[in-house]
Design a protein. Structure first.
Length: 133
């Protein structure tokens, strides 16, 4: 799984936003984002786009964890509570996988482990291997 983590170090957007992959297993990933004032919207809570980006990284890590390049083809998010505090976590779990498509549910929680959002993502599995990139 270190090869997958190394692959995602190339993700400039995630780095810019302070998103860090903590763990990856086949079909599963956990990522975190330390919240700064740059993540806040006009009312002082975490911007929905920042929450979506965190969830998307967890989704991408889990989808690529099998070693083949996987790209998102559909995603949706439901916001349950305002994002507050100093850190958010996202945990992605594979729901289904076949030779062409895989599906994931991502739970986004705050530092108190309260649910902030639920993200659903579907990925297309390419033939390319991650270790060849």
């Amino acid at each position: 799984m270190e090869q997958i983590k190394k692959y995602f170090l190339k993700d400039k957007f995630a780095k810019f936003n302070g998103i860090e992959i903590l763990e990856i297993k086949k079909g599963w990933a956990k990522v975190k984002m330390d919240i700064t004032e740059n993540h806040l919207n006009g009312v002082g809570i975490v911007h929905g786009g920042a929450i979506f980006s965190l969830a998307d990284m967890a989704f991408a890590a889990a989808a690529n964890s099998h070693g083949n390049v996987s790209v998102g083809i559909n995603a949706s998010i439901s916001y349950m509570n305002a994002g507050r505090g100093k850190m958010l976590m996202a945990e992605a779990q594979e729901v289904s996988r076949n030779p062409k498509l895989s599906s994931y549910t991502v739970r986004i929680t705050d530092e108190k482990e309260d649910l902030v959002a639920i993200f659903q993502g579907m990925a297309y599995l390419k033939r390319d291997k991650i270790d060849s990139l």
